[in-house]
Design a protein around this ligand. Structure first.
Ligand code: NAP
Length: 245
């Protein structure tokens, strides 16, 4: 980051180097945002940012690393003085830590699986929101988008069919609850907090077995990141459809 501009629209996307994350980066850059592309590796982040047209700047960001989170928050404060959009996209599933061929039953999953997945999908989001709230509340129309999954919606008929991981789906159920709690706290302010469920998208996450493209999966997150003042808060959407709990 090199220029200081307090009026520029600024967005930060975690896990922005590939899959749905880089598609969200692309979508927000097209909307005119300066986009901070979070990546765990500086080299990977730089290479990813170079593939996107617009003002896209890589930042080294592991959402389990409080020191890295605080360093990026300090950098954003210095360079921009505010943050308009935070997209908590980074996510892992149990299969990240197991061979894809092993589809674990609940009784196969361990406390260590919970710790690994929740560290990113749940605690990482809380770390990010906590660190960036002071910058978000300085923006005119701040938006937080948490990238969740239909797998987290117990009330959605069929959402758990074929679900391979109790750990992953429950992490997204927790994320949905967190989304609602933050939204309620900030209901009387311009800050909106919503969940974006991308559908089944072909990415590394599922060995490219998804049926949607990353751009199709990213569209709902971009829409929620740019909601007008009378838009919803505390809800989870897949495309234009609000999902049940
Ligand atoms: N694909 C689907 O069908 C689908 C469906 C529903 C929801 N989702 C959700 O969509 C989001 C993106 O998934 P995707 O399909 O695009 O997966 P992906 O291609 O595997 O990308 C995941 C991203 O998260 C990053 N990440 C992992 N651990 C991280 C950490 N500790 N700190 C920061 N970044 C970290 C990865 O970075 P590295 O490259 O360094 O690993 C990568 O950039 C996830 O939240 C996922 O749960 C996906």
């Amino acid at each position: 980051m090199t220029t200081r501009n307090s009026t520029q629209k600024v967005a930060l996307v975690t896990g922005g180097n590939k899959g749905i994350g880089i598609a969200i980066v692309r979508g927000l850059a097209q909307e005119g945002f300066t986009v901070l592309l979070g990546a765990r590796s500086a080299a990977v982040g730089r290479a990813a940012a170079d593939t996107v047209d617009g003002d896209v700047r890589p930042v080294v960001l592991d959402v389990t690393d409080q020191g890295e989170i605080d360093a990026v928050a300090a950098e954003v404060a210095t360079e921009f003085g505010h943050l308009d959009v935070l997209v908590n996209n980074a996510g892992v599933n149990t299969m990240t830590f197991r061979p894809m061929a092993e589809l674990p039953k609940p009784t196969d999953e361990t406390v260590e699986d919970f710790e690994n997945v929740y560290a990113v999908n749940v605690f990482g989001v809380v770390r990010m929101i906590t660190a960036f709230l002071p910058l978000l509340t300085r923006a005119d129309a701040p938006r937080i988008v948490n990238v969740t999954s239909k797998r987290g919606s117990i009330g959605e008929e069929g959402a758990w069919v074929g679900q391979p991981s109790m750990v992953y789906s429950s992490s997204k159920t927790a994320l949905n609850a967190i989304t609602v709690h933050y939204a309620r706290e900030f209901a009387d302010t311009p800050l909106k907090v919503n969940g974006a469920a991308p559908g089944h998208v072909a990415t590394d996450f599922n060995a490219f077995r998804g049926t949607r493209t990353p751009d199709e999966g990213a569209a709902v997150a971009v829409r929620l990141a740019t909601l007008p003042a009378d838009g919803p808060t505390g809800a989870v959407f897949e495309d234009d459809t609000q999902l049940a709990w």
